[in-house]
Ligand binder design. Sequence first.
Ligand code: SF4
Length: 192
Amino acid sequence: MDFEDLKNSVENCKFCKEKFGFTPHPVFWGEKDSKIVQISQAPSSTVHKTGKPFTDASGKTLKKEWYKISDEEFYDTKNFFIGAMAHCYPGKDKHGNDKLPPKCCFDKWILKEIDSVNNKMYIIIGARAAKCFFKDKKFTDLVFNNQEINGKVAVVLPHPSPLNKKWLKDHPLFVEKRLPEIRIMIQECLHN
Ligand code: SF4
């Protein structure tokens, strides 16, 4: 399947409708030659409504504080392919928390997308997404050292969600030392 067919199929996918109990809204953002493939967990309820990734509190932290890039740069699909472990917001559990992303989406779509983009680097966001790519490695080691996916450099970030404050507090070197390194890698990737 070529990239445009893949994109079209994802955007029209309703595979999880019964499981969710509502009509899925697949969010697809990127193109065949996006320079950076970014994979996080799943769209939030806000993104389910807007159809645009990272338009929530996590997105504000990621774009403004961590990457320090403008919305114009971030949402330019020549720069970023913005994916997740699942393309759709999965709904809430009985405790009012977002459900985990459906596993089927990763095998059904995400792996194919990753193989079809001619990117230069990967950014993997959050421990759950990291587990999909690096099953046996400790999350902290993944964050503080460059990794590799498909022979290309990959960096792993903690989730920028306001719910993840404890990890950031326990690992101050992430903001002080690792983030500046990652910012340089992103800038070099976007501008070279
Ligand atoms: S989560 Fe993935 S597999 Fe499920 S409906 Fe959305 S696009 Fe389809």
